[in-house]
Design a protein around this ligand. Structure first.
Ligand code: DC
Length: 231
């Protein structure tokens, strides 16, 4: 069984996908982390961000794997090296949308994503999961949230979930993050290949108006309904 969760940056996909995976004993696949790993490899190896052939070559050549640590948190490995932290840096943030817009990069990673789902039930999250990677997914969700709320969450996450004492510095960071998020949304939604889009059969959930538990319950109900029907 495949649960596809698509949506823009900061809509809560990763958190929700992890919770759904835990609840149903499925594997979580963070496809954004895979695009980030290729962007990191390009930056480290000096492959120019406008060198489509070079980037596509990298995406086919690198080995990306996921493994849990003792606490159960998933770590991503690029050719065996744990890069979980490196893929979340501002320089990767700035490069990843360009890398993800290269058709050859997407082809390489989609092959790896489909292989991942061959042997187990998967909750996959990204931008094109329900439309391109797994159009046959049994449950499809398109998770949205108000852009300002998405920026606020990203900054709060950066501060370990704690509201910093200096409110005006916090607001400035949110404004800067919002600009970055809007720019990434623009690139991700307007690219030619596999743009960020809801599949026609996806259930739309707005996470700015719902708690994490509320979103989880809605998706769990979709999974339960599918399973009941399939029995
Ligand atoms: O979800 P994220 O912010 O980690 O994603 C990083 C980038 O990768 C983002 O710019 C969109 C892109 N991406 C994509 O194009 N297709 C996916 N399935 C997942 C992510």
């Amino acid at each position: 069984m495949i649960v596809a969760i698509d949506g823009p940056a900061g809509s809560g996909k990763s958190t929700i996908a992890g919770l759904v995976a835990n609840r149903f004993g499925m594997a979580k696949l963070d496809t954004g982390a895979m695009y980030r790993a290729v962007a990191l490899a390009a930056l480290e190896r000096g492959v120019a961000l406008d060198d489509a052939d070079g980037l596509a070559g990298l995406a086919h050549e690198v080995e990306i794997t996921f493994a849990p640590d003792e606490a159960g948190a998933l770590h991503i490995r690029l050719d065996g090296r744990d890069v979980s932290r490196e893929i979340r840096t501002p320089r990767v943030d700035a490069a990843v949308s360009l890398v993800a817009a290269v058709p050859g990069v997407r082809e390489g990673l989609v092959v790896q994503q489909r292989r991942f789902a061959e042997t187990c039930d998967v909750v996959a999250e990204g931008r094109d999961i329900g439309t391109v990677v797994f159009p046959e997914a049994e449950v499809k969700v398109f998770l949205t949230a108000d852009p300002a709320e998405r920026a606020r969450r990203r900054v709060l996450q950066r501060h370990g979930g704690i509201m910093p004492a200096d409110e005006s510095a916090f607001d400035a960071e949110v404004a800067e993050t919002l600009a970055g998020i809007q720019e990434r949304d623009r690139i991700d939604s307007s690219r030619d290949v596999a743009p960020l889009a809801a599949a026609p059969d996806a259930v739309r959930i707005d996470s700015s108006a719902t708690t994490v538990e509320g979103v989880l319950d809605k998706i769990a109900a979709l999974v339960d309904a599918y399973r009941k029907e399939a029995r």
